[in-house]
Each structure stands twice: as C-alpha cells, then as structure tokens.
Write a protein that binds this ligand. Structure first.
Ligand SMILES: *[C@@H]1O[C@H](CO)[C@@H](O)[C@H](O)[C@H]1NC(C)=O
Ligand SMILES: *[C@@H]1O[C@H](CO)[C@@H](O)[C@H](O)[C@H]1NC(C)=O
Ligand SMILES: *[C@@H]1O[C@H](CO)[C@@H](O)[C@H](O)[C@H]1NC(C)=O
Ligand SMILES: *[C@@H]1O[C@H](CO)[C@@H](O)[C@H](O)[C@H]1NC(C)=O
Ligand SMILES: *[C@@H]1O[C@H](CO)[C@@H](O)[C@H](O)[C@H]1NC(C)=O
Ligand SMILES: *[C@@H]1O[C@H](CO)[C@@H](O)[C@H](O)[C@H]1NC(C)=O
Ligand SMILES: *[C@@H]1O[C@H](CO)[C@@H](O)[C@H](O)[C@H]1NC(C)=O
Length: 348
C-alpha cells in the first residue's frame, strides 16, 4: 500500500510544473499586501508565525505569554487566544505554529520553556502540541509530546503537515522528529540523532513541500531532506553549491510565492539566508544573505504575508518585567519586508 503510493507520487514529481499541486488549490485568494508593518500589542514577542492563505490571517506564537495571536494585516486587528494552565505560566513558551493549508486548521506547540532557557541541560516538563480549528477555536486534539520522548529528548519547536494531514514536529535537544498521525491518536519517534544526548543542540527548523520535508540546524551543518511517506525518517543530505556556512539558526520557510523552490533560513545574528532548488530539493544553490543584525534581538523566522516576504525579529534583549525568562515591556513589534532583497538575490 505504502510503496505503491510512493511510486505514483514519485512519478508525478518528475516534472517541475506538476511538482507542486499542493499550493495550487487555494492560489491567490488573499488581497495584495506588502511593506514593513508593526503590530502594536503589549508583550507580543513573536517567536514564529504562519499565514493562512485561505482566511488571510497571520497566526503568531507569542513566546513569553505562551499565547496565540491572530493578526489581520488588512484591518490591523489583533486577537489573543489564551490557554488555561499554559498562558502566563512560565513553565511554557508558545513557539512554533503551522497552518495546514488544506484544512485551515493550525498546529502549535507550548513547549517546556526551561529547555531553551538552559540550552538543553534541563529538558524536564510537559510539551503540549495543539491542533485547532481557529475559525471557532475548537481544540481538535492535543498531545503531550513528553509521553513519547519519555523525557530523553526535547526542545520541540516547529511543525509541518504532510498532504494527508499528519504532523511532523522538530525537536532540538538533540535533533529529533516526531510524527503525529492525523487526528492525534498515534504519536511516534520518527527520527532521532544517535546517541541521544539532550545537551547537543540540533536542528530547529522544518519546511515541507508535497511529501518532502526539509530540516536545518543539525550539527552536521547540512540541509537535510526526508520523505514523509517513510515509516521512519531517514535524512538525505541536500548538496548545496555556493559558499555558505550556517551560523546559529532557527526556523526555515518556503514562501508560497516561489512554489516551494526558495528556502529561507533564519540565522539568529546575521539575517536570512536564501537557497533555491530547481529539482525538488535534491540539490540546492545558496543565493545569498539578507543581512539583519539587530541589537534588539535575534532573527527567528520568516513568513509570507499576502505577497510580501517578512523576517521575524524576537527582541530577546529586553529585560523581563517579572524577571529573567519573562516578557519585557515592549508594545510594538516590527515585521520587516525583505521581498525586494530576496528577489535581487534570486535574479543574480
Ligand atoms: C501578555 O500578558 C499581559 C498581562 O500580563 C497582557 O497585558 C498582554 O496583552 C499579553 N500579550 C500577549 C501578546 O499575550
Ligand atoms: C504551570 O504549569 C505547570 C507544569 O505543567 C503546572 O504544574 C502548574 O500547575 C501550572 N501553573 C498554573 C498556575 O496553572
Ligand atoms: C468548528 O467548525 C468546524 C467546521 O469548520 C465544525 O466541523 C465543528 O463542528 C465546529 N465545532 C464547534 C464546537 O462549533
Ligand atoms: C506529560 O507526560 C510526561 C511523561 O509521561 C508526564 O511526566 C507529565 O506529567 C505529563 N503532563 C501532563 C500535564 O499530564
Ligand atoms: C566564503 O565566504 C567567506 C565568508 O563570507 C569568505 O571569507 C571566504 O573568502 C569565501 N570563500 C570563497 C572561496 O569564496
Ligand atoms: C507558481 O505556480 C503557478 C501556478 O502553476 C504559476 O502561475 C506561477 O508562475 C509559479 N511561480 C513561480 C515563481 O514559479
Ligand atoms: C523596513 O524596516 C527596515 C528595518 O527597520 C528598514 O531598514 C527598511 O528601510 C524598512 N523599509 C521600508 C520600505 O521602510
């Protein structure tokens, strides 16, 4: 069953135009939008974000408050959704958020915040994964990822969906990927870096196109590709041409406007590196860097909003109002439009 599925899909992946049916379903339903924007909201502290191309809103993981933001870039309306026992509880950070563009449902993670505060020294605690219908805020399922990791590995911080609605979760201490079956009933370890040493910081970013999962941040310094149809995740190195060595990095992203051919990697202190693949990520080319070294914080992600491609800056430099590891007093958060810079690099 699985192998015959694999053959059918592999055949359809042969030509570039037929390679990306997933993005073509709801193409161009949102009105044009671009240019720098700021969200005026006390203690937003955006760690990660994803845009819903059907409902045209931006979902934001609001780190320190462990709350979820829903921002409408057209009206500038911003809503906050809180979760009892999690929001305003310093045991949790709300980080990675991803939209299943096929259903409009979202998946996000409230992770054991101390894992990141201690850089993997202390990975104890509960890590919640939520799957939600944001239109009526129904939690469709939630799972405690620590039940699967048994506290041996952690730092769960980003999610992707395959075309069937299964969820893939990346863990950073050390590199791991969990697979959550559609509906949340079955959760399993899909990939783990051996030996399992949670003091080793590994990959932090995932991006998916069709059945291909791209991962970045492993100590190998390579971009990896996985086949999400496989029973177990086996990484394949994506050979990259061009001269680039990754610095400390975070989320990775495939803006929809490039049909999955352009990958953006958030590199904490230097900016956003740009890669392109013309062969379904069998190989890639480094196209250059959109620099951003900002004393306010770190570059933690990229996201397409409307037609614009944006860099997310997390102001980690702010002093916590309630002490270290809590939200600062900032109430304006810049999303920087890097569309033109990315296009210049791609044209070179
Ligand atoms: C964070 O919590 C504070 C209250 O402690 C609240 O005023 C603020 O609106 C919240 N912000 C977000 C983005 O959750
Ligand atoms: C905060 O989360 C921890 C860990 O799940 C839990 O034990 C504690 O009861 C929570 N605190 C509140 C006030 O909900
Ligand atoms: C939420 O909306 C979905 C359809 O989008 C529907 O199937 C579900 O029953 C709704 N849930 C509630 C609690 O209203
Ligand atoms: C989550 O799972 C871990 C490991 O089984 C357990 O120790 C922890 O109590 C669970 N958290 C909750 C809130 O049930
Ligand atoms: C590669 O890039 C580094 C850093 O930008 C630079 O120092 C080095 O000279 C480059 N090497 C080549 C062969 O271009
Ligand atoms: C992406 O695919 C759409 C639909 O097939 C096509 O109209 C568009 O030109 C493509 N864009 C890029 C950048 O390849
Ligand atoms: C967008 O914001 C960045 C960072 O503050 C700034 O350098 C750039 O000039 C801004 N772009 C526009 C068009 O205002």
């Amino acid at each position: 069953m699985r192998s015959s599925l694999a053959i059918v899909a592999a055949t359809s992946l042969a030509g570039l135009t037929s390679a990306y049916p997933y993005f073509q379903k709801n193409q161009a339903t949102c009105k044009p939008f671009s240019g720098n924007f700021s969200i005026q909201q006390y203690q937003l502290y955006p760690e990660n974000a994803d845009f819903d191309y059907t409902n045209c809103v931006l979902y934001i993981g609001q780190l320190w408050n462990a709350s979820l933001g829903i921002y409408d870039p057209y009206t500038e309306k911003h809503e906050i959704i809180e979760f009892p026992g999690i929001s305003h509880n310093s045991s949790f950070h709300l980080g990675g958020v991803g939209v299943d563009q096929a259903t409009g449902h979202i998946t996000f993670i409230a992770d054991a915040g101390n894992t990141f505060n201690t850089m993997g020294e202390d990975i104890s605690g509960t890590n919640w994964l939520f799957h939600m219908d944001p239109r009526n805020r129904t939690i469709l399922y939630k799972v405690n990822l620590t039940e699967t990791s048994q506290g041996l590995y952690g730092g769960f911080q980003d999610v992707e969906h395959d075309p069937d609605g299964n969820v893939f979760v990346v863990g950073t201490f050390p590199s791991s990927v969990l697979r959550v079956q559609k509906g949340g009933k079955d959760v399993r370890k899909w990939y783990i870096n051996e030996p399992v040493d949670h003091k080793i910081k590994g990959m932090g970013g995932l991006a998916a196109i069709g059945w291909t999962l791209i991962a970045q941040g492993d100590t190998s310094g390579k971009l990896w590709r996985f086949d999400m149809r496989a029973e177990k995740g086996t990484p394949t190195v994506i050979p990259v041409t061009g001269n680039h060595t990754f610095g400390a990095s975070d989320a990775i992203y495939l803006p929809r406007k490039y049909n999955g051919t352009v990958l953006l990697v958030a590199e904490d202190e230097i900016g956003t590196s740009v890669f392109r693949s013309m062969d379904e990520w069998k190989t890639a080319e480094f196209k250059g860097l959109v620099p951003w070294n900002d004393p306010r914080g770190l570059v933690t992600g990229a996201v397409q909003v409307g037609d614009g491609v944006y860099t997310i800056l997390e102001p980690f430099g702010d002093e916590g109002v309630k002490g270290p590891g809590t939200a600062g007093s900032r109430s304006e958060f810049l999303f920087r439009d890097i569309s033109k810079e990315v296009d210049v690099l791609l044209a070179a």
